[in-house]
Structure formats: structure tokens, C-alpha cells
Design a protein around this ligand. Structure first.
Ligand SMILES: CCCCCCCCCCCCCC(=O)CC(=O)SCCNC(=O)CCNC(=O)[C@H](O)C(C)(C)COP(=O)(O)OP(=O)(O)OC[C@H]1O[C@@H](n2cnc3c(N)ncnc32)[C@H](O)[C@@H]1OP(=O)(O)O
Ligand SMILES: NC(=O)C1=CN([C@@H]2O[C@H](COP(=O)(O)OP(=O)(O)OC[C@H]3O[C@@H](n4cnc5c(N)ncnc54)[C@H](O)[C@@H]3O)[C@@H](O)[C@H]2O)C=CC1
Length: 718
């Protein structure tokens, strides 16, 4: 795990633990032994620590967290480095993160190649640097930089790290050769003062000012997360306490965080995000299918989604033909793209250079002829099967045979769309979430005839455009919207029965959702849900009237329609479930007129308002969604609960520190969740989504641990 060799007067400790040289137990033992050996070796006058392969150690081995920790701890290894009688040089390439940066900061010198990045990403795992990083970094960089770096987990490029004082020298050429030269040079220099422990924290007297600014910022930016606050507190202690006391404070905070549910959930989410990349479908998987190259693209429909999707592709440097039905819509799409780009530049999310390049890559057109040679097309026209079929039939005729034809439909079964082509194997769903340029989920959907090659192509595309792609099997609504349906229906039913929109939103926001479901409805537009309901009715061969209480045999609430009838479409009209300061305003306040609409709705239907507890609000929304999640698993729409959780985190901004709805259910206990679902099935009998799911029942009865759930998923469809 750590190879020891001597080159002239320099000992080289080469960490060899692919893929990221994580500092697992064997590596820690190897480093300890290596330092001890180097210190004793009479040939050796200095020591290099370097990573083999792609990186310097990228941190502790996260898989060891939560298991009994085995000595030597990283702090002990670091103390050996720090007190070594010979100077130790950290030679950095790749990603020097977490425990890796701890090791580097314990070393007496740090050199790095310019492509290297350093950081303390522990906060993203619900932790803080636990081996003294919060005490040593501030001594090098000063408090504001240390507070920001540690509470954000940001990976800092080598040149910036040199400016901060973290890296001593940026080197070029072969890292080991350069490091050997550097290590020889430092042999003659005194190095005891290189030990960060003895440095004074710069501007320590301003700690109060820095800490209060940092706390205000992290509480706003990472609302609900515990670790960023603890990170600031730990760095703060480096200025307020002695080194030893600061180390103790850091360790206490580390242990507190380590035992919290948030850390467990965030570490789960880390691996879940990686698990979903290992997709499988009938006839292929990430291991067997090869993606086709995507060098040119087209987007059909330049509305809300098409424009956002074009921004994602353009930002990744892909040329985009933007095709519309007429000049007016085309121009308004181009304007929308330009304004999204300008906004992103203003917010510092996109560089001016990228925005300028994007402008040259965008090719607006009204002609299908222009797109005949593109590698991949994404359709984002109205959510109407006939229109989509017409578009796909044209694409089938015009596009080159190898082109991948994608649809951004939010609900329609891919098989119904691909049937309009002679090449259903090339047709795949790429469902973006609004706003497409911001939300990270890309729900990729395969139909019964979609080829693994087409899937591999869109899974790779997702990564290229910086999304988190999750693969699901086609069905009406797919994964995310299918689960969201009971979640948002229950929100309306709760108001129908007596809760206020504010009460429902508050419960959601207290749980950590960035916005409650009524604020979301106001944002996306009450007219949109009105239209969707009419589409559903049309498909069911019926229509919606004031008397409609059931749709397709399922409970229906017409409150949304009453708001629509009054022209209250949400933010876009300045009022909806809430009142806004102006048309397009963002500040939602309770509105007596909205309350009046709700009251008269209840009266006209003889509904007696009742008091509903926050617990009931929570359970009815989240447990109904979880029940649907188990149905999705049971039907083989996805293969593992991680796919559901990642979809919620990146599609609906579900709080990462709770892991996702399925992980959350595992934490509550499946038997309890199942019992409550049975309870609501009895008390709310008219909603199909409360029929208790059989897979959930089986897993609950057999007390199956979360990690085994995937083994019970229907693989018969593989
Ligand atoms: C009485 C008790 C007293 C106790 C006293 C307590 C004192 C405390 C002791 C000291 C504690 C020290 C704690 C510490 O050091 C903290 C840390 O270091 S936490 C870890 C910090 N590092 C990270 O968070 C990095 C995570 N990794 C990444 O961000 C990316 O993987 C990376 C940028 C490195 C590379 O990205 P990419 O090339 O895209 O590869 P992948 O992300 O796909 O990863 C490839 C593969 O590797 C697995 N992996 C990555 N990092 C780790 C890791 N740190 N540990 C384990 N495994 C890792 C990843 O899961 C992938 O494998 P799959 O099989 O595909 O999942
Ligand atoms: N709006 C949302 O929040 C989300 C929407 N979706 C899906 O994305 C698709 C598009 O939705 P929006 O962008 O919201 O709709 P939109 O109404 O904003 O835009 C649709 C665009 O398609 C154009 N169009 C219609 N027929 C066309 C044709 N035959 N050829 C070329 N262009 C044509 C229209 O002119 C319009 O500009 C729908 O399938 C929708 O279900 C998916 C995720 C979220």
C-alpha cells in the first residue's frame, strides 16, 4: 500500500491504493512504517510522500467510517511526520483532499503540479477535518480563507493554493524527479520552523468579525446543514485557543458530527451518487455498452425547457441547432438563452469566455435540413403525444441513421413516442428538471426497444454537461414525477381538509425542502397544473367540472381550478396560493383573498375544516411518495433505492443531509412507515397511492436492511 524506496539520500514513500489512494488502515500503517524507517535509515536525509497513479491521497477511506477505527489514526501518522528528524516533502498531483491535505500540512514542504487541486471536502460528508486541518490551515492562509475553504469543501486549484500559502512551489515536468531535486535542496536548510503548529494565526484579534461574517454566510448558503457551522467554529478555535486546546475542540466537534444522522446520510449520498452511474438494463450495462460520440446536437422547441437544455449543451462546448416552429418563437428562445447566459456570467457560474463561445456555437434554424448530420437531437416541444409523434416522424426521415433521438417528455411513455420512428432503438428519454440549466438531475429513460448503446450515449452526455444522470425504465411519469404525484396531491388534499398552504409549506421547509409545494406551484404556474389535469382527463376520456371529486377512480381536488378561474396563476400574475409584491415577484405572503377562495371551496362542498397536525402533513406527503417509491422498485422501473434518492436530491432539491426519501424510510424503520401507510389507507380510502405496497410489506416484515433492498427488486425484467 505504501512502497518504500531510497533514491540517493531521499526516501520515497509511494502511496499505492487505487483508485484514489484513500488513506485506509493499510495506508496509514504503511506511512507510519515508512516515516519511521526513513528516520532511521542512515542513507536518508529527507523524505518524499507521493501518490502512485492518478492522485495524491484524496482523503480518508470513507468506507471505513462508522466502523470501529483501527490505529494508527491519521493524527498519529501526522504527528510522526511533523516531528520527524528529517524534512518531509509532500509531492502533490491529482486531488489532495481531506486526510490527504492533512498529511501535506503535517509535512514540512508542499510542492504541486499546476493541475493539482487541494481541499477539505469533509463538510460534504457531514464532517470537518479531524486531524488538525482546521487548526493548521488558518495558520497558513489566515482565518477568512480557512473558514471559507473548510466550510465549503471547495477544491482549490494549485495556483490559487500557492497564493493562499498552502503550496510552496508549483512545479512542472516529471513530479517525482522534480520532488527528488527539491528534497535534496532542502536537506541543508533548517526546517523546524516549517512546522505549522508553531505559527501564529494571522489577524487572530479579528476572529470575532471573521467568524460572524462566515457564520452568517454559511447559515444562508447551507441552510439546515450542521457541518458548515461546526467547520467555522473549529477554525475559530484556532485563533481563540492554544494549539492543543484547538485540536481537542476540533476532535470534539468531529466526533459530534460523526455521530449525527446528517453525516451518515451525506456519506450514504456520496456512494449513492456513484452507485447510480453503474446502470443496467435488459441486454446491457455500463460495463458492456459503448457510448457513441456526440460532437453536434439539435434541440427542437425553444420554450422554457428547450432553451435551458440548449444552455447546458452550449456551456459544455457542444454546438446546438435550435429549431422552432416559427421565427417569433425562435427569436424568443434565442433571447431566453442569451439572458440565461448573461445571468450565469453575472452570478459567476459561467465565465465570459464560455458565454462568448456559446454564442458562436448556437445555430437558430427553422429547417430540419440543417440538422440532418447531428449526432444527437433533444425534442422539447409541447407535452402532447400527437405533436411529439409528428416531430419524431420528421426526425426519423431526416437524421442520419446513427443519430440518437431524445425526448424531454415529462410523462409520456417513450414507447409511444418511438413508435413514430423506424428506429426505436435510437429513441431515449432525457428528462431535464426545471430550470434545466440549474437542476442537476438528468432522468434518462429507456423504452422496450431502446438500445444499450443509446443509453450509454445519454448517460455519458449527462456527465459531459455536468448533470447527475439516473437511468429508469419507461412508464407513465417515470420515477421522479411518479413519486411527486402523490406528494403534491396530498398537499392539496390537506388544504382541502383544513390545513393552510402556509402550514403545509412550513412543514416541508422545516424538513429541509427549499420551498414548500404551494410556493413551488406558484413558481411553476397554476395554469400549468390546470392544463396537465385537463390532459390527464382527456387521456382518461373524461372532462373536469366543478363537481369532479374523482378522476380515473382516484380522489380529485378542484381547488387548483378555483385559483385558475380567478386568474391567480402564481408569481407570473403576482398572486396564486400566496400574494407577491408585484407580477413576477418572489416574496410570498399569506393572502386573505386566497384563504377566502379555500373557505368557499370547502363550504360549497360541505367540507368541515379540521385541525391537521404537522406530523400528519409530513407523513401524508412523504409516506405516500415512499409507498410509490417501493411500487417503482417492485415494478423494476429502477434497480436500487439509491436511484430514487439521488433523483429526489438532484431533481427536487431534497435535503442531502437526510439522504433521500428511501434512505429516510430506512432510518424511521420500515415497519413504522408501513403501519402509517396502512393507517392512511383506512382513513383516506379514495387514493390509489395509499394502497400499501407489497414489496414494502415484505421488506418490513422481514426486517431487511437497506443495503439488501436492491436484491428484492424485480430483476425479471433485466
Ligand atoms: C475514541 C475515538 C477517537 C477518535 C479520534 C478522532 C480523530 C479523528 C481522526 C482523523 C480523522 C481524519 C478524517 C479524514 O481524513 C477525513 C477525510 O479525509 S474524509 C474524505 C475526504 N475526501 C473526499 O471526500 C474525497 C471523495 N472523493 C472524491 O471527491 C472523488 O472521488 C475524487 C475527486 C477524489 C475523484 O473523482 P472521480 O475521478 O470522478 O472518481 P469517483 O468519484 O468516481 O471515485 C472513484 C472511486 O473511488 C471511490 N472513492 C473516492 N474517494 C473515496 C474515498 N475517500 N474513500 C473511499 N472510496 C473513495 C469512489 O467511491 C469510486 O468507487 P466506486 O466503486 O465507483 O464507488
Ligand atoms: N416546464 C417544465 O417545468 C418541464 C417541462 N418538461 C417537458 O418539456 C417539454 C417542453 O416543455 P416547456 O419547455 O415547458 O414548454 P414550452 O411551451 O415552454 O415550449 C415548447 C416549445 O415548443 C415549440 N414547439 C411546439 N411544437 C413545435 C414543433 N412542431 N416544432 C418545433 N417547435 C415546436 C413551441 O413553439 C414552444 O416554444 C414538454 O414535453 C414538457 O412536458 C419537462 C420537465 C420540466
Amino acid at each position: 500500500m505504501v512502497d518504500y524506496s531510497v533514491n540517493g539520500s531521499v526516501a520515497v514513500l509511494m502511496v499505492n491504493n487505487p483508485p484514489v489512494n484513500a488513506l485506509g488502515h493499510a495506508v496509514r500503517v504503511g506511512l507510519k512504517t515508512g516515516i519511521e524507517r526513513g528516520a532511521k535509515d542512515s542513507r536518508v536525509r529527507s523524505i518524499i510522500i507521493i501518490g502512485k497513479g492518478q492522485t495524491f491521497p484524496a482523503g480518508a477511506d470513507i468506507r471505513e467510517f462508522g466502523k470501529p477505527s483501527k490505529e494508527p489514526w491519521l493524527t498519529a501518522v501526522g504527528n510522526l511526520i511533523k516531528t520527524c528528524s528529517k524534512p518531509v516533502v509532500a509531492a502533490i498531483h491529482g486531488t489532495c483532499l481531506g486526510g490527504g491535505l492533512e498529511i501535506a500540512l503535517f509535512s514540512h514542504y508542499r510542492i504541486a503540479v499546476s493541475s493539482a487541486r487541494v481541499g477539505f471536502p469533509e463538510v460534504t460528508l457531514g464532517l470537518l477535518p479531524g486531524a488538525g486541518g482546521s487548526q493548521r490551515l488558518s495558520r497558513l492562509t489566515g482565518l477568512p480563507v480557512a473558514m471559507e475553504m473548510i466550510s465549503s469543501g471547495r477544491h482549490v486549484p494549485a495556483r490559487k493554493a500557492k497564493e493562499y500559502g498552502i503550496i510552496d512551489e508549483i512545479v512542472s515536468g516529471d513530479l517525482l524527479k522534480t520532488a527528488l531535486k527539491f528534497a535534496q535542496e532542502v536537506q541543508s536548510r533548517p526546517f523546524k520552523d516549517r512546522c505549522l503548529r508553531y505559527k501564529v494565526v494571522p489577524n487572530a484579534d479579528r476572529v470575532e468579525e471573521y467568524a460572524s461574517a462566515a457564520l452568517t454566510q454559511v447559515k444562508k448558503k447551507y441552510k439546515g446543514f450542521e457541518a458548515p457551522v461546526a467547520c467555522v467554529q473549529a477554525v475559530r478555535s484556532s485563533a481563540e485557543l492554544s494549539y492543543e486546546e484547538g485540536m481537542k475542540r476540533e476532535r470534539d466537534l468531529f466526533l459530534q458530527l460523526g455521530q449525527s444522522g446528517q453525516a451518515k446520510a451525506q456519506q450514504y449520498a456520496f456512494f449513492a451518487e456513484r452507485a447510480v452511474t453503474k446502470w443496467q438494463m435488459p441486454g446491457g450495462s455500463y460495463k458492456t455498452a459503448k457510448p457513441l460520440p456526440v460532437r453536434s446536437t439539435a434541440v427542437i422547441g425553444a420554450g422554457t425547457m428547450g432553451s435551458g437544455i440548449a444552455v447546458c449543451l452550449l456551456s459544455a462546448g457542444l454546438p446546438v441547432y435550435l429549431l422552432e416552429q416559427n421565427e417569433k418563437f425562435l427569436q424568443s428562445g434565442v433571447k431566453l438563452i442569451e439572458s440565461i447566459m448573461a445571468g450565469s456570467v453575472k452570478l459567476g457560474k459561467v465565465s465570459m469566455e464560455t458565454a462568448k463561445r456559446a454564442a458562436t456555437l448556437l445555430k437558430p434554424t427553422l429547417s430540419y435540413d440543417d440538422i440532418k448530420d447531428v449526432d444527437l437531437v433533444i425534442e422539447a416541444v409541447f407535452e402532447n403525444l400527437d405533436i411529439k409523434k409528428e416531430v419524431f416522424s420528421k426526425l426519423d426521415k431526416i437524421c442520419k441513421p446513427s443519430a440518437i433521438l431524445c425526448t424531454n417528455t415529462s410523462t409520456i411513455d417513450i414507447n409511444r413516442i418511438s413508435s413514430a420512428t423506424s428506429r426505436p432503438e435510437k429513441v431515449v428519454g432525457t428528462h431535464f428538471f426545471a430550470p434545466a440549466y440549474h437542476m442537476k438531475l438528468l432522468e434518462n429513460i429507456y423504452g422496450t426497444k431502446t438500445s444499450p448503446e443509446a443509453v450509454a450515449t445519454v448517460m455519458k452526455l449527462g456527465k459531459t454537461i455536468n448533470k447527475v444522470p439516473v437511468l429508469v425504465k419507461s412508464c407513465h411519469g417515470f420515477l421522479a414525477n411518479r413519486m411527486n404525484a402523490p406528494f403534491s396531491s396530498e398537499a392539496i388534499f390537506l388544504v382541502e381538509e383544513g390545513a393552510s398552504p402556509q402550514e403545509v409549506d412550513q412543514v416541508n421547509e422545516d424538513f429541509g425542502m427549499p420551498m414548500g409545494p404551494f410556493k413551488v406551484r406558484d413558481l411553476s404556474g397554476i395554469d400549468i397544473s390546470w392544463r396537465i389535469n385537463r390532459e390527464v382527463a382527456k387521456v382518461l376520456g373524461t372532462s373536469i367540472t366543478k363537481e369532479t371529486r374523482f378522476l380515473g377512480g382516484n380522489r380529485y381536488c378542484g381547488l387548483n381550478d378555483d385559483f385558475y378561474d380567478k386568474g391567480r396563476y402564481g408569481r407570473k400574475t403576482g398572486k396564486g396560493w400566496y400574494l407577491y409584491e408585484k407580477v413576477g415577484g418572489k416574496t410570498a405572503v399569506a393572502d386573505p383573498e386566497a384563504e377566502e377562495i379555500i373557505n368557499s371551496y370547502r363550504q360549497s362542498r360541505g367540507i368541515v375544516k379540521r385541525k391537521i397536525t404537522p406530523q400528519e402533513i409530513f407523513e401524508r406527503q412523504f409516506y405516500s411518495a415512499i409507498n410509490e417509491g417501493f411500487r417503482i422498485l417492485e415494478e423494476g422501473i429502477c434497480n436500487m433505492p439509491e436511484e430514487i434518492d439521488i433523483s429526489w436530491i438532484y431533481g427536487f432539491s431534497y435535503p442531502k443531509y437526510r439522504g433521500g426519501p428511501m434512505f429516510y424510510a430506512s432510518q424511521i424503520g420500515l415497519q413504522r412507515v408501513y403501519d402509517r401507510i396502512c393507517h392512511y389507507h383506512e382513513t383516506c380510502p379514495y387514493s390509489i397511492h395509499w394502497v400499501p405496497n407489497r414489496l414494502l410489506k415484505k421488506l418490513a416484515e422481514n426486517n431487511v436492511p437497506f443495503t439488501q433492498w436492491a436484491n428484492h427488486v424485480s430483476k425479471s425484467k433485466m
